[in-house]
Design a protein around this ligand. Structure first.
Ligand code: HEC
Length: 280
């Protein structure tokens, strides 16, 4: 996202309605259904399945452009590098496919999970790292887009077509979900905006050249390749949005971002995944 003038945000804040904000005590499924109903009311013509396109769903021209780019994605060679890393045996001689459930296929939509034994949220990237460590390798840095990013960009395509299926079960899981929800609805930065202000209250509104996407569906297609070949993970996107409201973001892999990803991903439950898509 390009730098946006402060006045634009102030205008946006003025437009803000609180309708879509979920109450603190509602359970995850109640939260999600309330948001689905909120957007259905706001965008009666938009089909549930189309939320996977984020802001493109509001803009037929941009969607047509996206479709044509996706026929021959400019980042295919990056995905090939990811496939090569994915297939390279680890020190133990095993591969990631040996180490992950179902050979790593059609599982991405289950992540992040809450791991009761560890007492924390575990992302798919963490799981890839756990696999490395268990097989004699060192963990990659979370957010390293030359290694872990490329592996996950390829691996997640093995779950294309899976429906997001995040589970929040048990007290620990609920606590992490609630923490993510607080981050999502908490106002931060010099501009004092929450994620919800933009992606719930003002979804469909244009700020400068960009239409704001609804939160539902936002978690279905990562990493994305921005501007052609810049691999961007979901948590890097969080960082970008926080920079834009002049807030000092976290590092990818922080507990706060993992919990945010857990909450945020839950809200895309029931929607089809397609990894490694093009974004502006
Ligand atoms: C001031 C408004 C604003 C705030 C606050 C904001 N964003 Fe964004 N966000 C944008 C804009 C603009 C874009 C690019 C257009 C779009 O896809 O919505 C974007 C894009 C995104 C995308 C990518 C959507 C896609 O499919 O490509 C995600 C995910 C996202 N934001 C999540 C968040 C989260 C989580 C927060 C809170 C940490 C947040 N945003 C806060 C304005 C905002």
């Amino acid at each position: 996202m390009k730098k946006i003038a402060k006045q634009t945000y102030i205008a946006l804040a003025g437009l803000s309605v609180l309708m879509g904000t979920v109450s603190a005590s509602a359970g995850p499924e109640e939260d999600r259904l309330k948001l689905v109903a909120h957007f259905k009311n706001k965008f009666p013509d938009l089909k549930f399945d189309d939320y996977i396109y984020s802001a493109l769903a509001f803009d037929p021209d941009a969607k047509a452009q996206y479709n044509s780019i996706m026929e021959f994605p400019p980042y295919t060679s990056e995905l090939d590098k990811g496939a090569k890393l994915w297939k390279t045996p680890l020190k133990s001689g095993k591969t990631y496919a040996d180490c992950l459930p179902n050979g790593g296929k059609m599982i991405a939509g289950n992540y992040p999970i809450f791991d009761d034994a560890k007492g924390k949220v575990v992302t798919l990237e963490d799981t890839i790292n756990d696999c490395r460590v268990a097989n004699g390798e060192e963990a990659y840095q979370i957010g390293d887009d030359k290694t872990l990013g490329l592996i996950s960009a390829y691996m997640r395509t093995l779950s294309d077509g899976m429906k997001m299926n995040i589970k929040v079960e048990g007290a620990g899981a609920l606590k992490a979900y609630e923490d993510g929800k607080r981050t999502f609805y908490g106002r931060v930065g010099q501009l004092n905006f929450s994620c919800g202000n933009c992606h719930v209250d003002n979804a469909g509104v244009r700020i400068r050249s960009e239409l704001l996407s609804p939160v539902i569906g936002q978690a279905t297609h990562w990493p994305a390749f921005r501007g052609g070949d810049k691999l961007t993970t979901l948590q890097e996107r969080y960082k970008g949005c926080q920079y834009d409201v002049r807030h000092t973001p976290d590092k990818p892999g922080s507990t706060r971002y993992n919990n945010l990803e857990y909450f945020h991903s839950y809200l895309s439950n029931g929607l089809e995944m397609k990894a490694s898509v093009f974004r502006k």
